[in-house]
Ligand binder design. Structure first.
Ligand SMILES: [Zn+2]
Length: 103
């Protein structure tokens, strides 16, 4: 896909951008191929640098929880999905996406 000289001549910034784009795509593919999760409902999806942002509603699994009982669940809250050592992982972000995660 890329000639060796293209990589050798690229700046650090260009290589980091390329790596982020590859990680972002690998994360997207990993998310697309995993089992759907019943306790989480994806409301919105956005690409982030080196990952994917999901806005999700969640079921906490507590039998007495009123919010979950009524079907509404918790959130929606943003989660960042990314890969660590080749494994898909996620991090809780909150109601708003911080600027450094946009893009
Ligand atoms: Zn709940």
């Amino acid at each position: 896909m890329f000639a060796e000289t293209q990589l050798e001549n690229a700046t650090t910034q260009e290589l980091e951008d390329l790596r982020n784009r590859i990680e972002s795509e690998l994360t997207r593919q990993a998310l697309a191929s995993r089992e759907p999760q019943e306790s989480r409902q994806v409301v919105e999806e956005r690409s982030a640098s080196a990952g994917t942002l999901h806005l999700e509603r969640m079921k906490c699994g507590k039998t007495r929880c009123k919010k979950c009982k009524e079907g509404e669940g918790h959130g929606p809250y943003w989660h960042l999905y990314y890969r660590r050592s080749g494994k898909l992982t996620s991090r809780y972000i909150g109601k708003r996406i911080p600027d450094e995660l946009k893009g």
